[in-house]
Design a protein around this ligand. Structure first.
Ligand code: CTP
Ligand code: CA
Length: 221
């Protein structure tokens, strides 16, 4: 990979990375979120940049680095809108974002007040679009799409289902219940799945090393 860095092997390649957990708006001061830190997506974006790619990072978390086009958004709907615009001119899409599966049916214009008479408050949720599935469905054979699978059980079985259902070229599966993998840590333990090929089980390593290993895989394939 040293050589690939020196030669800027991703020069001219347009890479789009999504990162962070979406924030689904309830009212002007509240949202529904998740524990994703954005670190895995950040690492994918940085290593691609260092390999010479033209990177766009669509993120819900402020990115403490530059050298790429950074678009900050909050909700799954906003992420989808950005991707619809940019995907037609994208070579590689990495969907590292933890997209909320559901969003509030109604977004209140004003801060919701608590009611003295009611101890239970209910928020009705509706499904978000599956961004990866919708975008990958429009993929041409020159485009490469990578999804993640966050699982707490039956890792391979669940990740295989996502690989075929979502029309991704690769799924990077991680067991988010395992120590040192998944949410808000600097390391990850990933298994790479591709259609019709044996899974590649990678050891626990830093998220930046996972990103290096992924881009090496991409360049060598
Ligand atoms: N994803 C997406 N849009 C959604 C939900 C997920 O694009 N509404 C993407 C994620 O960015 C990730 C992949 O789909 O790349 C898998 O996400 P995950 O949450 O593991 O799978 P789901 O399909 O949402 O299934 P479940 O949460 O029920 O396991
Ligand atoms: Ca999900």
């Amino acid at each position: 990979l040293q050589e690939q860095f020196a030669e800027k092997k991703l020069k001219g390649v347009k890479v789009v990375v999504t990162a962070g957990g979406t924030k689904e708006v309830i009212d002007p001061v509240r949202f529904i979120g998740n524990r994703s830190s954005g670190k895995m997506g950040f690492a994918m974006a940085k290593i691609a940049r260092d390999l010479g790619a033209e990177v766009t990072l669509i993120t819900t978390v402020a990115a403490p680095f530059g050298g790429m086009n950074i678009i900050q958004i909050q909700t799954a709907d906003e992420m989808m809108k950005q991707l619809k615009d940019i995907f037609p001119t994208t070579d590689v899409l990495i969907m590292a974002a933890a997209v909320a599966d559901f969003k509030p049916v109604h977004v209140a214009d004003q801060k919701i007040k608590k009611n003295d008479d009611e101890d239970i408050f209910t928020i009705k949720l509706t499904k978000n679009p599956d961004i990866l599935q919708a975008i990958a469905a429009t993929k041409t054979k020159h485009q490469f799409v990578v999804g993640f699978a966050a699982e707490t059980q039956n890792l391979l079985e669940n990740a295989e289902k996502k690989l075929s259902k979502k029309n991704a070229d690769v799924i990077l599966a991680n067991n988010v219940a395992q120590v040192g993998a998944g949410f808000n840590v600097d390391t990850n333990k990933v298994t790479l799945l591709q259609k019709g090929q044996k899974p590649l089980v990678w050891p626990l390593m830093s998220k930046e090393d996972v990103a290096r290993k992924f881009w090496k895989f991409y360049l060598d394939k």
